[in-house]
Write a protein that binds this ligand. Structure first.
Ligand code: DLL
Length: 435
């Protein structure tokens, strides 16, 4: 498997630290001089740009949160004149104002470099056709992978999401080699291929780059089976740089962070203390290689851990774990913390599908949780008693993993809505928030 930027991806830790130090010093100066919000924040903390002499000084700096972007909507945190901006993206934002992000040409190149590293790590070469089924538009998925594929010299097929049968036809007729979309959409495309009676082995497709939402290792195996490909994880968020902040290599053992652009830390979300390697906490990124939106210690709300151990692939860059989910996706059911990804893990472990929906409610002042999951086609002919027994078996498995009771309801195959982008896994009627 190739490595797109070996001089960075396989650099010595000393070299990386020196590069990070130089870039942090430059970016803090840029933020202080050009973003009034950061000047105020640093002044309040009594930190001046001169205090930042190496990457170790990063802990002296204040944190940035999503609300800061909202408070400065739309362009208040930009550090460059408008004529230097090459592009603007925004996050959809299910609650509150959307967050707006800007990029100079230099920033677009850095982002494309990250996405290109991800593609090459997944085995893409210049001879490949990269089929991009992430949505194009203000969402960073489509254009992020599109520019990444062009940057590393592959042929891009900008399909965007939706019209799934047409996606399949393009996969067949254009002989796409690499598929890029959300894991839930990859499942849907895989099911559609199966329902159309097409043998996935007849397609040229050999790898997929899936991200933008949490997905378990079990779901990866499911997708790999359905599409007969190898499935790679890609992580990113609009505020930092869309897809390509971190990515899987062929070892599929964590995601390599483009730490020359995005410096990662993991902190305890309550105390904000930096946590050692291996401990789970909130991921924080500092955009040390970006001009337009130089975010300092941005709290992502994603829960993950990092490790500096060298990977078997030869890369030396920090790896982050698969994000467990977002701290704000975490459900608190009768005082117990539950991540939707834990439910997914149990369901797939039992051989069920990843087509599920969690419905949370409050009845008589007590939280209730129902897990709806589609039955497998072969279960459809089961007796009512047989299905009840299956539901009980799933309830038992969920109880032992989650430590909280969830009622399970088996649904007919195909009855839950399929997603073409980020899947909706939870309806929380207590807050009337759907995400
Ligand atoms: O989802 C960027 C992206 C596009 C990443 C395509 C990968 C592929 P946002 O819409 O701003 O940006 O959402 C960012 O999505 O904070 C995570 O909570 C979640 N997320 C992104 N990638 C992963 C992943 C894009 N691989 C938010 N695993 C992030 C788990 C992910 N969660």
């Amino acid at each position: 498997m190739g490595i797109f930027k070996p001089e960075i991806e396989c650099a010595s830790r000393n070299y990386l630290r020196a590069l990070q130090s130089a870039r942090l010093i430059k970016m803090v100066r840029n933020a202080y001089d050009h973003v009034p919000f950061y000047k105020r924040l640093l002044d309040e903390k009594g930190v001046s740009p001169e205090d930042i002499r190496s990457i170790d000084d990063i802990t002296k700096l204040p944190f940035t949160v999503k609300q800061d972007l909202r408070d400065n909507y739309p362009f208040g945190l930009f550090a460059v004149e408008k004529d230097k901006l090459a592009r603007i993206h925004a996050s959809s934002g299910t609650t509150g104002k959307q967050t707006v992000v800007g990029y100079t040409q230099h920033d677009i190149d850095a982002w494309s470099d990250g996405a290109a590293r991800a593609l090459v790590a997944a085995g893409a070469t210049k001879n490949d056709k990269v089929h991009v089924s992430y949505g194009y538009g203000l969402f960073t998925g489509g254009l992020g992978l599109h520019y990444g594929a062009e940057y590393m010299g592959a042929t891009t097929i900008p399909v965007s999401s939706g019209n799934t049968k047409r996606q399949v036809q393009i996969l067949q007729d254009f002989e796409s080699d690499i598929l890029c979309c959300t894991p839930s959409y990859a499942m849907f495309i895989g099911e559609t291929i199966r329902d159309m009676g097409i043998d996935p082995k007849s397609l040229k497709l050999r790898a997929g780059i899936f991200g933008a939402e949490p997905w378990t290792d079990n779901m990866r195996k499911e997708i790999e089976k359905l599409l007969d490909i190898k499935a790679y994880d890609i992580y990113g968020l609009s505020e930092i740089a869309g897809p390509g902040v971190a990515y899987n290599c062929e070892c599929q053992d964590g995601l390599h962070v483009c730490e020359d652009y995005f410096y990662p830390e993991v902190v305890d979300p309550d105390t904000l203390e930096v946590l050692p390697d291996g401990e789970f906490g909130e991921l924080v990124f500092t955009c040390i290689g970006k001009e337009a939106l130089p975010l300092i210690r941005y709290r992502t709300r994603d829960i993950a851990s990092i490790t500096h151990e060298k990977c078997a692939c030869g890369r030396t860059t920090v790896r982050m774990s698969k994000p467990k989910g977002r701290s704000d996706d975490m459900l608190i059911i009768r005082g117990v913390n539950v991540f939707p990804s834990q439910v997914e893990h149990v369901l797939l472990e039992l051989g069920l599908t990843a087509n599920y929906l969690i419905i949370v409610d409050r009845k008589n002042n007590l939280d209730t949780m129902e897990v709806q999951v589609e039955m497998l086609p072969e279960m459809f002919s089961d007796t009512v008693k047989g299905l009840e027994n299956t539901e009980k078996r799933i309830e038992g498995a969920l109880q032992s993993t989650l430590n909280v009771h969830a009622k399970v309801r088996l649904l007919e195959p195909g009855s839950l809505a399929r997603s073409e982008g980020k899947a909706k896994r939870v309806i929380d009627n207590r807050t009337e928030v759907t995400y």
